[in-house]
Design a protein around this ligand. Structure first.
Ligand code: AMP
Length: 190
């Protein structure tokens, strides 16, 4: 079973490309951002805590995120594999995922890193903010999220590079051009 990690900065197109990959490969899309936003929408106490982190552009603590993700994977009906969109976002999360998958027979991991220029990321996120209604798609929070990406999330690349499970994709261009690049990188791996 494949665990495809769709990786990249906020605004790099992970969600958009996930939709296309789900259609082509019949994988289950698992977006931690979506899971968290659902919890917020439920109005729970946990949701209120999560909202504080997200609105400030900070990451949810690793332990909370890891237990939410593993519970969700366990509760998903049989599937050909998963697209992990927005997870792992720290090296500690990557290590926890690796430990979890080592206990699952036949689990394979592949990371696809969407590389996009910073100016393009900001302009995509500001554009999305006009319609998304997301509390974190405003300039101040976007800048904080990009800073958090650089310091906490980007090092996850090296973790997978060291394992030979990393593919770098040029994330600039049209949605279809980028999709074709991902499909090419996945040839023989899926
Ligand atoms: P996203 O929808 O992937 O852009 O995620 C939106 C926000 O949810 C992020 O800015 C974080 O605050 C939080 N979040 C999503 N995934 C994670 C994760 N794996 N670890 C910690 N926080 C996360």
């Amino acid at each position: 079973m494949l665990y495809l990690i769709l990786f990249g900065a906020p605004g790099s197109g992970k969600g958009t490309q996930s939709d296309l990959l789900v259609e082509k490969y019949k994988l289950t899309h698992l977006s931690t951002g979506d899971l968290l936003r659902k919890e917020i929408a439920s109005g729970s106490e946990l949701g209120k805590t999560i909202n504080e982190y997200i609105s400030n552009g900070n990451l949810i603590p690793d332990e909370m995120m890891i237990s939410m993700l593993s519970a969700h994977i366990d509760n998903t009906p049989a599937t050909a594999g998963f697209i992990l969109d927005g997870f792992p976002r720290t090296v500690a999360q990557a290590e926890a995922l690796q430990n979890m998958l080592e206990q699952r027979e036949g689990a394979q991991t592949q990371l696809v890193d969407l590389e996009v220029d910073k100016d393009e990321l900001i302009s995509r996120l500001l554009k999305r903010g006009e319609t998304s209604g997301r509390s974190d798609d405003n300039l101040e929070t976007i800048q904080k999220r990009l800073e958090v990406y650089e310091t906490k999330t980007k090092p996850v690349n090296d973790y997978y590079k060291a394992k030979g499970l990393h593919a770098c994709i040029d994330g600039m261009g049209t949605i279809d051009e980028i999709f074709q690049r991902i499909v090419k990188a996945l040839e023989g791996k899926i």
